[in-house]
Write a protein that binds this ligand. Structure first.
Ligand code: MGD
Ligand code: MGD
Ligand code: MO
Length: 759
C-alpha cells in the first residue's frame, strides 16, 4: 500500500487552500466581469439562487454561508464573460479558419449572441431570425424518410423543464433517438445498479455522509471534478470516519485538503488529511480488487459469522450461492495480476471494510469507462450487499454524477431506451402514440450518421464533435449530415465541424435571468443525491437575442410538429405548467411546484434505499460474472510486438470536459500546456525516454485504421507501471468507436491500448 505521505513531486501543499483562492481570483478577473461574478457567486447553490453549473455534488446545509468551489468559480466566470461572439465575429472568421483554432481559443472567444446559419454556399455563418431558424429545422425534418433519421443529443446541463420538453418533442416527432452525454459517462452505473438493485441511482443522501464509518472513493478525482465533495470528506475525516482512496493516480485532493472556507486552516496554512489509506491499482483493476475483498470475507466467514450480514442476505438477496461460487473459483493470481495490488493490500482493504459497520462506496469515471464497467459496478454492489450496506443509514452506493443535471435529464425522459411505463404515461397524458422501438445511443448515433441512416443532428448543449471517441470518424459523421443544430452558450468544435447546413441557436446560461410572458422563471435540477431543487438565474443575459433552452425547444417543436398534441407556447410562457405535466407523467414529482419552494427542494425517494427492490425477482441480486479473461493491453498483445501501455484519458484541473479554461493542471504540476503524457519512471527507462521527450501515441487495434496523435511531452509521474495518462479531449482521436463497454455503449476512455514512440 502506498501511504498518502508519498506524494508526487508535483504539488506539495494541500488541495484547496490559498492556491484555490488565487486561481479563483485569476479566473474571475480574466472573465472581465469580476464584480458581476462575485455577486453571482454569493447566490450559487443557495435557496433562491442558482444551481452551480459545475458538478452534480449535493448541496450541503450552508444557508447563509457561501457554497461554491474554485472550479465552480471557473464555470460561473466562464459563462459570465464579457466577451461576445456576434455576427461581426463570424464575418471576420470563416469556418475553415475557425477549424484551425484549438478548443481553448474557440470557447474563449466569448458568449454566442444571436442565431447563425451556415448553408454551405459561403464559408461563413450568416445571421438568421429565430423564426427562420425554426423553419429550417422543421422543413428538414419533414423531408426525412423516417423520424428515426433524426438524432436529438443532450448534454447534462439542460434543466428538467428543457429536457422534458425536448424528449416530448422527439416522441411526438416519432423517435426515441436520444443519445446523451450519460452514454459516455455514468451509463454503466445505471445499467449495473438497475440489474442488481432495481434502481440506477445512488442510494445515499448527504446525511449518510455524516453517519458513515468508512467511505471508499473509487476512480474519482474530486479535488478537481467535485471539489465540494472534499468539504464533505473533510468533515467525515474530522469526525473520525475512515476514508480509503482507490485510484490509479495519487490525486492531491484525496490526500490533503485545506478548506478555503475554514479561516483556521487558511491562516495556519494547515489542512485536513483526507484519505487514511490510498491504493493505486492498475487501470481496470478495480473489479479484481473487489473480488479479492469478497474472497477474504468468505474466507473469514468460516470462522467469524459476523463478517457477512446473513440476515440481510437471506431476507433481501438473490443468487448468493452463485456469487460465492464465482468468488471461490477466482484464483488469487488472476486478482493480483489484474489489480496490480498485492494479496496483502487487498486483505488490508477487506479488513478496513469489515471493521466498519456503515460503509459508502463512491465512484466516477475511473470505474465507468472500461470494457467491464457494468460487471465492476455490479461487483461494487455485491461487496456492499455482503455486509448489508445498502438501505441502512450511513451506508450505500454513490455514483458521483458528472454534469450538474445529467441525473435529472434521465429522470424526465432523456433515454434512448425508455421504459414502457414512461411511454404509457406520456401517451395517456397527451393522447398520442409514442414510438416504442428503442433509439440510438451516442456511439450508435455516430455509426448511423456514417452510414447515412441519420441525417439531422440536434444538440441540446454539449460538444459532440470533441467529446465523442474516434475524432476523425465523429467529424466525418457530423459532416455527412444534412443539418446539424447546436443549442449552446459558447463557441466550440461542434459549431465548426458542421453538416451540409448548420445552425447555432444561442441560449441563456444557468446564471442568467430567464424572462418569459409569464414573468421571470426558475428551472429545476436533480443532483447526485436525488435532491430536486430550483435554480433562478441572477445575471442579465449576455445578449437580448438569447432565448432559454426551454423556449428554443418549444420553438423548434411547434414549427416542426404543430401544437395539436402539445401546446408548446403555453408551456414555454410559464414553466410551472411544464412541472405540472411532469408530475402527471412521473408521479414521484407530486406537488412539484409547491415542494421546490421549500428550503432546498425535495428528495426523490430511492426505493433500494428503503430495501424495496424493483428487480424481476423483487430482491437485490448478486451478480456472478467472472473477472474479464483479458484486459485491453492483453487483447492488444496479439496485434503487435511493441511494448503496450494502457492509456487513461482524464481531466486537468483547468477544464470542464471539452471547455478548456486554462492550460494548467496545478495539482499535477503541469503549467501552460496540455499535450503531455504521464509515464511511469521504469517504463521510461525501458523505452529509453527522458522527461520532456516528445512522443507519438498510437492505438493498437486490429481494424486497419491508424489512430495516432503526436507531439506529446513525456512527464515522469507516479503511476503504476504499464499505465499512462493524458488529457481528454486531445486524446479522443485514439479511442476506437468499436471499443465500448460490455452491456452499455460507453467508450472505454480509461483503457486504450497504445504504444509510444519518440519523435
Ligand atoms: N472542474 C470540472 N468538474 C467536472 C468535470 C470537469 O471536466 N471539470 N466534468 C464533470 C463530468 S461530466 C464528470 S463525468 C465528472 C468526472 O469526474 P472524474 O471521474 O473524477 O473525472 P476524470 O478526470 O475522468 O478522473 C478519473 C479519475 O479516476 C482515476 N482512474 C482512472 N482509471 C482508473 C481505474 O481503472 N481505477 C481506478 N481506481 N481509478 C482510475 C483517475 O486517475 C482519475 O483520478 O466530473 C464532473 N465535474
Ligand atoms: N476521452 C474522453 N472522452 C470523454 C470523457 C473522458 O473522460 N475521456 N468523458 C465523457 C463524459 S463523462 C462526458 S459527460 C462527455 C461530455 O460531453 P458534452 O456534455 O457533450 O460536452 P461538454 O464539454 O460538457 O460541453 C460543453 C459545451 O456545452 C455548451 N454549454 C455550456 N453550458 C450550457 C448551457 O447551460 N446550455 C447549453 N445549451 N449549452 C451549454 C457550451 O457551448 C460548451 O462549449 O464527454 C465524454 N468524453
Ligand atoms: Mo460526465
Amino acid at each position: 500500500m502506498s501511504k498518502p505521505t508519498k506524494t508526487t513531486p508535483a504539488y506539495s501543499s494541500p488541495a484547496g487552500g490559498w492556491g484555490a483562492l488565487k486561481s479563483s481570483a485569476k479566473h474571475l478577473i480574466q472573465s472581465e466581469n469580476a464584480a458581476k461574478n462575485v455577486k453571482a457567486l454569493l447566490k450559487a447553490n443557495q435557496p433562491g439562487g442558482f444551481d452551480c453549473p459545475g458538478c452534480a455534488w449535493g448541496d450541503s446545509d450552508t444557508a447563509g454561508k457561501v457554497d461554491f468551489c474554485e472550479n465552480g468559480v471557473k464555470a460561473i466566470a466562464w459563462e459570465a464573460t464579457s466577451k461576445r461572439v456576434d455576427a461581426n465575429f463570424f464575418q471576420q472568421y470563416s469556418i475553415s479558419e475557425l477549424q484551425q483554432w484549438d478548443d481553448h481559443s474557440l470557447e474563449k472567444s466569448g458568449r454566442l449572441t444571436q442565431p447563425m446559419f451556415y448553408d454551405g454556399e459561403t464559408d461563413h455563418y450568416q445571421t438568421i431570425s429565430w423564426d427562420d431558424a425554426f423553419s429550417v429545422i422543421a422543413n428538414k425534418l419533414k423531408t426525412l424518410n423516417s423520424p428515426d433519421e433524426a438524432l436529438l443529443y443532450t448534454s447534462g446541463r439542460a434543466s428538467n423543464e428543457a429536457a422534458y420538453l425536448y424528449q416530448l418533442f422527439g416522441r411526438v416527432l416519432g423517435t426515441n433517438n436520444f443519445p446523451d452525454c450519460s452514454n459516455m459517462c455514468h451509463e454503466a452505473s445505471g445499467v449495473g445498479m438497475t440489474k442488481s438493485l432495481g434502481t440506477g441511482k445512488g442510494t445515499v443522501t448527504m446525511a449518510d455522509f455524516d453517519l458513515a464509518d468508512a467511505i471508499f472513493v473509487f476512480g474519482q478525482n474530486p479535488g478537481t471534478n467535485h471539489p465540494r465533495m472534499l468539504g464533505t470528506l473533510r468533515k467525515a475525516s474530522k469526525r473520525g470516519a475512515t476514508i480509503v482512496s482507490i485510484n490509479n493516480l495519487q490525486e492531491r485532493g484525496l490526500q490533503k485538503f485545506t478548506d478555503p472556507q475554514s479561516p483556521k486552516e487558511m491562516i495556519l496554512f494547515t489542512g485536513t488529511d483526507i484519505s487514511q489509506y490510498y491504493f493505486t491499482p492498475k487501470l481496470g483493476g478495480d473489479m479484481a480488487i473487489l473480488r479479492g475483498v469478497a474472497k477474504v470475507l468468505f474466507e473469514r466467514f468460516k470462522t467469524d459469522k459476523s463478517i457477512l450480514d446473513i440476515d440481510f442476505i437471506q431476507t433481501h438477496c438473490h443468487h448468493f450461492s452463485d456469487y460465492q461460487n464465482s468468488v471461490e473459483i477466482t484464483p488469487w493470481q488472476q486478482i493480483i495480476n489484474q489489480s496490480g495490488l498485492s494479496q496483502r493490500d487487498i486483505e488490508q482493504i477487506a479488513d478496513i471494510y469489515a471493521s466498519n459497520k456503515k460503509v459508502i462506496f463512491t465512484w466516477a469515471m475511473g470505474i465507468t469507462q472500461h470494457k467491464h464497467s457494468v460487471a465492476t459496478i455490479q461487483e461494487l454492489v455485491n461487496v456492499l450487499l455482503l455486509r448489508g450496506n445498502i438501505g441502512k443509514p450511513g451506508a450505500g452506493a454513490c455514483p458521483v454524477r458528472g454534469h450538474s443535471n445529467v441525473q435529472g435529464n434521465r429522470t424526465v425522459g432523456i433515454n434512448e431506451k425508455p421504459s414502457d411505463e414512461f411511454l404509457d404515461a406520456l401517451e395517456q397524458h397527451y393522447d398520442f402514440k409514442a414510438p416504442r422501438a428503442h433509439g440510438l445511443n451516442t456511439v450508435e448515433s455516430i455509426h448511423a450518421m456514417l452510414s447515412g441512416k441519420a441525417k439531422v443532428f440536434i444538440a441540446l448543449g454539449g460538444n459532440f464533435a470533441a467529446a465523442t471517441p474516434d475524432t476523425a470518424r465523429a467529424y466525418q459523421a457530423l459532416q455527412q449530415c444534412d443539418l446539424t443544430v447546436q443549442i449552446s452558450t459558447k463557441l466550440n468544435r461542434s459549431h465548426v465541424i458542421t453538416g451540409k447546413q448548420s445552425l447555432i441557436l444561442p441560449c441563456l446560461g444557468r446564471t442568467e435571468i430567464d424572462r418569459q410572458v409569464g414573468g421571470e422563471q426558475c428551472i429545476t435540477v436533480e443532483d447526485s443525491m436525488s435532491m430536486v431543487h430550483s435554480s433562478t438565474g441572477q445575471n442579465e443575459p449576455a445578449s437580448k437575442e438569447l432565448r432559454s433552452e426551454t423556449a428554443i425547444v418549444a420553438g423548434m417543436a411547434s414549427a416542426s410538429v404543430g401544437s395539436d398534441i402539445v401546446n408548446w407556447s403555453a408551456l414555454m410562457h410559464d414553466y410551472s405548467l411544464i412541472r405540472n405535466d411532469i408530475s402527471k407523467v412521473l408521479p414521484d414529482f407530486f406537488d412539484y411546484n409547491e415542494r421546490i419552494k421549500i428550503g432546498r427542494g425535495f428528495y426523490l425517494q430511492n426505493k433500494a434505499a428503503l430495501r424495496q427492490w424493483k428487480t424481476s425477482a423483487a430482491k437485490a441480486t448478486f451478480s456472478s460474472a467472472l473477472l474479464p479473461e483479458k484486459l485491453s493491453h492483453e487483447i492488444a498483445e496479439q496485434f503487435t510486438d511493441k511494448a503496450i501501455l494502457t492509456l487513461q484519458t482524464l481531466r486537468s484541473h483547468d477544464q470542464y470536459n471539452t471547455s478548456i479554461y486554462g492550460m494548467d493542471d496545478r495539482y499535477r504540476g503541469i503549467y501552460g500546456e496540455r499535450r503531455v503524457i504521464f509515464v511511469n519512471g521504469q517504463d521510461m527507462v525501458k523505452q529509453q525516454l527522458s522527461n520532456g521527450d516528445k512522443v507519438k501515441i498510437t492505438t493498437i487495434s486490429n481494424d486497419n485504421i491508424t489512430r495516432s496523435i503526436t507531439d506529446f511531452k513525456v512527464v515522469e509521474y507516479t503511476i503504476p507501471s504499464g499505465c499512462v495518462a493524458a488529457y481528454y479531449p486531445e486524446t479522443n482521436p485514439l479511442v476506437p468507436l468499436e471499443n465500448i463497454a460490455d452491456g452499455c455503449g460507453t467508450p472505454t476512455y480509461k483503457s486504450i491500448a497504445v504504444t509510444i514512440e519518440k519523435i
